[in-house]
Design a protein. Structure first.
Length: 115
């Protein structure tokens, strides 16, 4: 099983980034996928989740209206489009797959929002 995130980097406040996470070795299309983040000194929090066919999404309040989660099942990939970035969005972002009562995590990608 493997989850590989990409797309992190440095953005200015008000800018945008798009994260990608590609999975392999498990039933991707049947999995609930989610993005989480962990800032220094803080607990990891769920940012957004999307069910297997993408018909339902959920966001933490602090990113509603700014972030959008989506998935491309034929490509075994989920995305997190992040707009109107704020310094408080700075964190390591992880993707997670929940499949067959088992959780799988990616290695994380750093997002830094700074002027």
């Amino acid at each position: 099983v493997q989850l590989v995130e990409s797309g992190g980097g440095v953005a200015q406040p008000g800018g945008s980034l798009r994260l990608s996470c590609t999975g392999s070795g498990f039933g991707f299309s049947r999995s609930i996928m989610s993005w989480h983040r962990q800032a220094p000194g803080k607990e990891r929090e769920e940012v957004a989740r999307i069910i297997n066919h993408g018909g339902y999404t959920n966001y933490t309040d602090s990113v509603k209206g700014r972030f959008r989660i989506s998935r491309d099942n034929p490509r075994n990939t989920i995305y997190l489009q992040m707009n109107s970035l704020k310094p408080e969005d700075t964190a390591v972002y992880y993707c997670k797959a929940y499949s067959g009562s088992v959780e799988y995590w990616g290695q994380g990608t750093q997002v830094t929002v700074s002027s």
